[in-house]
Design a protein around this ligand. Structure first.
Ligand code: GLU
Length: 451
């Protein structure tokens, strides 16, 4: 649902209306923009130079948008056609950086919302990376390795001309993991005749990848929540945690929760969810999802766990909820159930998994809320660490990289809290994240002139 202009600062209203007019039908992008605009009222009042230089209007307009045909041949010999996208949104702080999503639901508006979020998320890491995102409506589910490879090769055959370690550096997202990054990198290398390791992140450990990149988004999310808990003189110990999803973010968030003595009682996939009061067995989950690429229903077979088909995982009582599946998976009805069941913290591992009404309901009930652009920034931050290692032809240990990740997440939490305080909204992580990310990019844009 597209949010309205009425609750925005009068200076911001016409800017948001322009976003609506220029991007018709792209409700997820409207929502992502509205969420940032809602936080910008105190910025508009305090920093008139941004308004003078039309910084907000410029940030809402991608620097470049690429749409292309991706033809490939399936195992039956039939030619398939998909659509490829890359939205190069903002390069004020560094090369465009952000993942590729392969999922049948991907449209230009999806990529735009993800790219827009990425600008501010990447700024919050404090590392030199701009914002971009890409993907395709290709559905890897049920496709053979050969089909996935041929698709990736065709996708890169068009996209390579727009990439480069100083230009645009993609990585994974939903539907794009180590296997896909391998095929994409192989094709880039073949076409360009360059071993340009820093052009993609999420690479294999033996060929330029970074330790901790696989775990980083999930681990980082839990480090962020750990900071929130610490501020309240408490910890994960003995806390019940519900994590939606069972992909890369969810699995490693669960692993870190368990290491910090919390109990992950439920996880899900698009078919349903499992409840395991003893705590999810993550070795079984990893084998099921990372190796066998199976359904979560199989987890419950032969063990003391319940599988519920359909329904909603947010019915499961918990202290901490970590939505790690996809956008708009937690709405106001789910929020009401979570509140009724006593949830204390909701932190977003996915990008924009909570609807605006859902977020409002949680905040009104006094639940602490951490938005994805702050809480899930550990993934892209570790991608930037991978780029650093590639640039210096170095490779760091797991411990060194993990310590850097933890530092970065603590830094993001600190800068959200400090910025929220500075702009008169103490304790508001959403306002802190939006304003801290925005001002960082806006200041760089001011310095770089009208471009
Ligand atoms: N797709 C991830 C995100 O949403 C990671 C992007 C990256 O590593 O470039 O932040």
């Amino acid at each position: 649902m597209t949010p309205t202009t009425s609750d925005l600062h009068p200076t911001l209203r016409p800017m948001y209306e322009t976003v609506l007019r220029r991007n018709p039908g792209e409700s997820e992008f409207h929502q992502a923009a509205h969420e940032v605009f809602e936080s910008l009222s105190p910025v508009v009042a305090k920093r008139p130079e941004y308004v003078q230089a039309s910084i907000i209007e410029r940030i809402c307009e991608p620097e470049r948008q690429i749409i292309f045909r991706v033809p490939w041949v399936d195992d039956a010999g039939k030619v398939q056609i998909n659509r490829g996208f890359r939205v190069e949104f903002n390069s004020a702080l560094g090369p465009y950086k952000g993942g590729l999503r392969f999922h049948p639901s991907v449209l230009l508006g999806t990529v735009k919302f993800l790219g827009f979020e990425q600008i501010f998320k990447n700024a919050l890491t404090g590392l030199p990376i701009g914002g971009g995102k890409g993907g395709s409506d290709f559905d890897p589910k049920g496709r053979s390795d050969g089909e996935v490879m041929r698709f990736c090769q065709s996708f890169m055959t068009e996209l390579y001309r727009h990439l480069g370690e100083y230009t645009d550096v993609p990585a994974g997202d939903i539907g794009v993991g180590g296997r896909e990054i391998g095929y994409l990198f192989g094709q880039y290398k073949r076409i360009t005749n360059r071993y340009e390791a820093g052009v993609l992140t999420g690479k294999g450990l033996s060929w330029g990848g970074s330790q901790v990149r696989t775990e980083a988004t999930g681990y980082g999310l839990v480090y962020f929540v750990d900071e929130m808990l610490r501020a309240q003189q408490t910890s994960f110990e003995g806390k019940k945690v519900v994590i939606s999803g069972s992909g890369n973010v969810a699995i490693y968030a669960a692993e870190k929760v368990a290491q910090l003595a919390g109990t992950v009682v439920a996880m899900s996939d698009s078919g349903g969810y499992v409840v395991d009061e003893n705590g999810m067995d993550l070795e079984v989950m990893k084998d099921l999802k990372e190796i066998r690429r199976g359904r979560i229903s199989e987890y419950a077979e032969g063990r003391e766990a319940r599988y519920l088909e359909g329904g909603t995982i947010w019915d499961v009582p918990c202290d901490i909820a970590l939505p790690c599946a996809t956008q708009n998976e937690l709405d106001e009805t789910h929020a009401a159930t979570l509140v009724k069941n006593g949830v204390r913290i909701v932190a977003e591992g996915a990008n924009m998994p909570t609807t605006q009404a859902g977020t409002r309901a949680l905040r009104e009930a006094g639940v602490q809320f951490a938005p994805g652009k702050a809480a899930n920034a550990g993934g892209v931050a570790t991608s930037a660490l991978e780029m650093q290692q590639n640039a210096s032809r170095d490779s760091w240990s797991f411990e060194t990289t993990d310590a850097r990740l933890r530092d970065i997440m603590q830094g993001i939490y600190g800068s959200c809290m400090m910025t929220a305080e500075e702009y008169g909204m103490p304790g508001d992580v959403i306002a802190g994240a939006n304003i801290a990310g925005f001002t960082q990019v806006a200041d760089a844009m001011l310095s770089q002139g009208v471009i």
